[in-house]
Structures are given as C-alpha cells and as structure tokens.
Design a protein. Structure first.
Length: 208
C-alpha cells in the first residue's frame, strides 16, 4: 500500500538524545510495518560523493574531504568542538535532509497488514535543537539517564567517556526535548519492557 493509496496517514516525530534508544524504538516500529525515515542515514546520504552538500562542505573544510569522500570522524571533531562550525554544517545539510525526507515520505509503501501500517515515523535526533515544528500528529521522545547513555556510547560506538559526555553536552537536554513531546518512552528499563511500551504506544498512535 503506497502513500497515495493510504490517503491520510499518521506522521510522528521520533527523537531522543544520543545513546538514549530511539533507534531501538524505530527498528521495532519498522518491524511492525511502519515506515521509519532515519535522518541520521539521510545525513549520510546527502553528503555522498558527487552531492552538492559534499561540494559545499569541501569548500569550507577541504581537509575533511578526500578521494574516498567525506571523513566523518574528522568533520565531527571540528563541529562538536565549536558551535559556530556546527551551525555552519547544519545550514548546509539540513535543507538537503528535509528534501530527502519529503521524497522518502512521498514514496512510502506499507505492507498489506501489520499494526504499524499507515504510520510514518520521522526519526529526527535534533528535533528540539531545530526548534520543533512541522505538521506532525505526535512527537515521541525516547529518554534515558546520562550515565546510561554514556555507557552505551562507549560500548556500542567506541567513544571514550569524555568524548561521549562532550557530544551529549552539545545536544538539547531531556527537559528541552520533553517540552516538545506528546509522548515520552523510558529507555532505561530492560529491553523487553521497552518493547512492550513501544508496541503499546504504536497502538495508541494508530488509534488502537
């Protein structure tokens, strides 16, 4: 079933701080038939070799672009150390990401059945940082204590503790995210409990 065949469908934001667990929620919804648009993946796609955004990045930070494309780690060290550099990068990438997200939603195709059929979840890590907005039916934030998030970033992304805490500090606080949210999922609980809450919230969002 395509977006055109579905007609009116539910559009939600899925957000949360780095290491909180929003990707776990997004994967679960995708498994249940929802269309999940991962803005982190779009951020990688829009800077692929040959893209306009990559050319713009190379014009500002030539040392982070080589024959194999963008050195994401080198660029991250620059932009996470200086908010002005991060703002400059976002001014390049965010318009391209929004355009790509709109194309993905327009091309959305759902399975013939499943509890998530008709749901489009925009997985936007920096929703609060961008000031919210958009024509969404709900905003879901996934939250966990900072120490839990730091441990996950160290164990699963290979950051050291200082780097993990520094990156978390560049993001909005839990209170700021919750100020935009219509629903909050606690991802500090055991995985099975989080998945049960995720399923229950999906049913609520779909009117079940």
């Amino acid at each position: 079933m395509s977006a055109q065949e579905c007609g009116r469908h539910s559009r939600v934001v899925l957000t949360g701080g780095m290491g909180a667990g929003k990707s776990t929620v997004g994967r679960r919804w995708a498994d249940l038939g929802a269309v999940v648009i991962d803005y982190d993946q779009l951020a990688r796609d829009v800077v692929a070799p040959g893209s306009r955004a990559l050319d713009q990045i190379a014009a500002v930070w030539p040392d982070v672009v080589g024959s194999r494309g963008l050195n994401r780690a080198a660029l991250a060290r620059i932009v996470f150390a200086d908010p002005r550099e991060r703002d400059h990068l976002e001014a390049i990438t965010h318009p391209a990401i929004r355009e790509a997200a709109a194309r993905r939603e327009a091309a959305a195709v759902w399975p013939t059945d499943g509890p998530g059929r008709g749901l489009v979840a925009h997985e936007i890590p920096l929703y609060a940082e961008g000031g919210g907005g958009g024509n969404f039916d709900a905003v879901v934030t996934v939250e966990a204590p900072e120490d839990v998030r730091v441990r996950r970033l160290v164990e699963h992304r290979g950051l050291d503790e200082a780097e993990a805490r520094a990156r978390i500090a560049t993001q909005a606080s839990a209170a700021q995210r919750c100020a935009y949210a219509t629903h909050v999922l606690d991802a500090s609980v055991p995985l099975a409990e989080l998945l049960r809450a995720t399923d229950a919230l999906l049913a609520e969002l779909m009117g079940g």
